[in-house]
Design a protein around this ligand. Sequence first.
Ligand SMILES: NC(=O)c1ccc[n+]([C@@H]2O[C@H](COP(=O)([O-])OP(=O)(O)OC[C@H]3O[C@@H](n4cnc5c(N)ncnc54)[C@H](OP(=O)(O)O)[C@@H]3O)[C@@H](O)[C@H]2O)c1
Length: 332
Amino acid sequence: MSTLKLGEHGPEIFPQGLGCMGMSAFYAGAEHDESVATLERALDLGVDLFDTSDVYGPHTNEELLGAFLAEGDRRARVTLATKFAISYTADGAREIRGDAAYVKQAAEASLRRLRTDVIDLYYMHRRDVRVPIEETVGAMAELVREGKVRHLGLSEVTAKELHAAAAVHPIAAVQSEWSLFTRDIEESVVPAVREVGAALVAYSPLGRGFLTGAWASAETLPKGDFRRLQPRFTGDNAAANAAILAPLRTIAEAHGVTPAQVALAWVQSRTRAWGLSVVPIPGTTKRHRLEENVAAVDLVLTDAELAALEPIAGQVTGGRYPDMAGTFNDRD
Ligand SMILES: NC(=O)c1ccc[n+]([C@@H]2O[C@H](COP(=O)([O-])OP(=O)(O)OC[C@H]3O[C@@H](n4cnc5c(N)ncnc54)[C@H](OP(=O)(O)O)[C@@H]3O)[C@@H](O)[C@H]2O)c1
């Protein structure tokens, strides 16, 4: 099993991470005991990059991981990634903060909830446009100097912002949505990631579950599930987007694997296609799906299969988020 390097100066990691968000937030249906069993199984299988954020819950996802990692030697076996910047005010309004004082306060709170003295990979989750990115990354760099953080990451940044950040401190990873369904980072962000020597951590590599075929319209998901608000998963868009996935199903049948595994193999294939470390972090709350996803690490798609998947992203209708404010597209 080959490993991937998390940026030029980062650790070697298993080539697929685990997205923990759905265990506590945004998606309906997670069960605590099965989520914990999934974390345990991930360690057994060698998955070492665990991805969370202070906003997942808020806070409860970090608390879940903190309690899990406090037992035995688990903490030492994990590259623990969390994020700051998104919070909610008392009246429920979403706020993005990147000022130096906030970065330090958020890191201290995450360390406490995660029950650890160091965060392996600390991401700016969203860019606070009121603050120069140099100030935000400068505060993050100070956390590295203090030994509270090992490596720095950025999520949903533009190429320009990444270059400005990397001039302040090496950036180990950029986390962006990337799947055979969502490829808009390829125009400028991915080349910039390669230029600064970072890894690309691909979030929602299963298109938030849509690419797996487990559901064809978010309207079938329970009330309160965030995906019911995402334009590409509802109404006419959902039907149109399900129809364009036919090549994915055909390739899965030819290999005797699932569409989820083909979707993950496509993301993994970006490592060779772009010459940089690309680490998908599929999210699951269930052991059997984790096992299915990890098995995809060994799946290699042929050039003909990659070519058959190529048109999909260009045919997707409907935006990634109900409100694109705060995403890199908003500023690119
Ligand atoms: N930086 C950011 O702004 C950002 C944004 C979104 C997400 N993320 C991170 O990225 C991680 C992954 O993204 P994501 O969770 O949004 O989307 P995803 O990984 O594309 O899809 C997750 C969904 O797919 C389902 N699933 C997983 N494996 C499956 C399989 N083999 N077959 C069928 N269904 C399967 C999961 O349900 P079950 O739990 O039922 O398996 C879940 O509903 C998150 O956990 C989070 O850590 C970051």
